[in-house]
Design a protein around this ligand. Structure first.
Ligand code: SAH
Ligand code: SF4
Ligand code: F3S
Length: 486
């Protein structure tokens, strides 16, 4: 355990949900300039980078995977924990060396850190030329072109309407099988630890037609899985009136009704039975039985729910302003098990060592994990973020070493539970969607089952995007190994 605590930064990277950053791949469509984007943070940020690439493509930029070749470098940043911001600062220093030999290079900071720090970024990091928040990406070409003329630019305007619904994202780092679709932006919850409402602004839902259209286009282009993204997908809500879309011809568009998340899931699931539908993130306070019944009704909606609990103790949950308690959460899990059965995957996010958390309260998180039996969790220790409710109201009083020890205990518990959950699959027959060859060997293929678990099978020549029936033969805590059923 002691080693585990020492190594905690390594075994529990701050950005577990987005532990690695992603860079652009080479795309050459004969454009005159090159853009390099590096993305940090959550899936929504990766999805935003695809919108950014699309906007820049329209304005004469191809993407490159080599930042030394780039005319423009963008870092799409995350502010969720302090470490996330430190990583970006280090990276900016590295880019500084490139810029020294290439003064015409434009460096932009996008995303949540841009929104949080605004002008400070231009002042603190002298090498930054443009600072653009998540709702201002349409202004990028404009700001980049002024930067090329030597004028630093900033736009951190947060919008109540922007959803980029009309922009067709350029798929970056895609396996050609799975894609993300943003269905909403922002967040109206005020979890006391969280910076997202400040960096992403008010919650707004995207027009369901543009979502269905995007899913159809992806399917026609060979994609077989879409993940609908939002900070709290269960509060998705769109109505022609509310969203001021009177200009739409309602008959033709066939939306006179209010579309909630359950209805949206259904609309996307109906694109094709061969298109898998996933979604993230569900909020325990908002997930309804209607959503669970919709998941049950459609074979192509994956039986997997990411339902972050954050803490297993009701007092801590109240301080976190999560607006549910332990009993409410366990009742939602009971509903999932009742409606979708034992095989439905459930994962969580956990925060260890939130302000004033006692040892007993930390134990409540461990016992809740035992009851729910999560398949997987993203686990963090609390990192105070300036401007949040917790930073204003509570003292960050748990010593770092205690936070790390509690986190290590949570991680250890999760490893046991993941193995236990995977062992339940042994001998079962499951359908997997092939995503490509396994990282380890060309002789193996990697697929994913409905519950979002990676399944490795021998390479019998199946292609990406094929559905294959397999029997699960072996497992580790992280992976299932199967054989093909002929
Ligand atoms: N909308 C999602 C969470 C998005 S942020 C939800 O409500 O579940 C992803 C995760 O980062 C959170 O679930 C939380 O576990 C973690 N997180 C957010 N702020 C944090 C902070 N200040 N310190 C540590 N972890 C944090
Ligand atoms: Fe943050 Fe809470 Fe919104 Fe999630 S629901 S993004 S944790 S404020
Ligand atoms: Fe990070 Fe912003 Fe996502 S803070 S987690 S990139 S919404």
């Amino acid at each position: 355990m002691e080693n585990l605590i020492k190594d905690i930064d390594i075994i529990a990277p701050e950005e577990a949900q987005a532990c690695d950053f992603k860079t652009t791949e080479e795309e050459n469509t004969g454009k005159s300039k090159k853009l390099y984007i590096e993305s940090y943070g959550c899936q929504m940020n990766f999805s935003d980078s695809e919108i950014v690439a699309s906007i820049m493509k329209e304005n004469g930029f191809d993407t490159t995977s080599d930042y030394e070749q780039a005319d423009v470098i963008f870092l799409n940043t995350c502010s969720i924990r302090e470490k996330a911001e430190q990583t970006v600062r280090k990276r900016l220093n590295q880019f500084n060396t490139v810029k020294k030999n290439k003064p015409e290079l434009t460096i932009g900071v996008l995303g949540c850190m841009a929104e949080r720090l605004k002008e400070k970024l231009l002042e603190e990091e002298k090498i930054v030329d443009v600072v653009v928040g998540p709702d201002a990406y349409r202004d990028l070409p404009n700001l980049v072109s002024s930067a090329e003329d030597g004028n630093k630019g900033i736009n951190t305007f947060l919008s109540r309407e922007e959803t980029y619904a009309d922009i067709s994202p350029v798929r970056l780092n895609s396996n050609g099988v799975s894609a993300f679709i943003s269905i909403m932006r922002g967040c109206d919850n005020m979890c006391s630890f969280c910076v997202v409402p400040f960096t992403r602004g008010r919650e707004r839902s995207r027009d369901p037609h543009s979502i269905v259209k995007e899913a159809k286009e992806l399917f026609e282009n060979g994609y077989r899985e879409v993940t609908l993204l939002g900070q709290n997908v269960d509060s998705y809500k769109w109505s022609p009136e509310e969203n001021n879309k009177a200009r739409l011809n309602k008959k033709e568009e066939n939306v006179s009704e209010v579309v909630n998340f359950a209805r949206l899931l259904e609309m996307v699931a109906q694109v094709s039975p061969l298109l898998r539908v996933r979604f993230s993130t569900s909020h325990p306070k908002d997930i309804t039985d209607e959503v669970l019944f919709t998941i049950k009704k459609y074979g192509n909606i994956c039986k997997y729910i990411h339902l972050p609990v954050q803490s297993g103790n009701s007092r801590v949950l109240e301080l976190m302003n999560r607006t549910y308690d332990r009993e409410w959460y366990l009742d939602r899990v009971r509903a999932i098990r009742e409606i979708l059965g034992i095989e439905c995957g459930i994962s969580s996010d956990m925060i260890a060592g939130f302000c004033t958390e006692t040892e007993e309260e930390h134990q409540d998180t461990l016992t809740l994990m035992d009851i729910v039996k999560y398949d997987f969790s993203y686990m963090f220790y609390y990192s105070e973020r300036p401007g949040t409710l917790a930073a204003k109201k509570y003292k960050d009083d748990i010593p770092l070493l205690t936070k790390k020890r509690r986190l290590a205990e949570i991680i250890e518990k999760q490893a046991t539970l993941s193995l236990e959950r995977n062992q339940l699959d042994l001998g079962k027959i499951q359908e997997i969607l092939i995503e490509g060859t396994s990282k380890r060997s060309e002789n193996q293929l990697k697929g994913r089952n409905s519950a979002n678990k990676v399944v490795i099978i021998p390479n019998k020549g199946y292609k990406k995007g094929d559905y294959v029936k397999v029997r699960i033969m072996e497992c580790s805590a992280a992976t299932l190994f199967g054989e093909v059923i002929s």
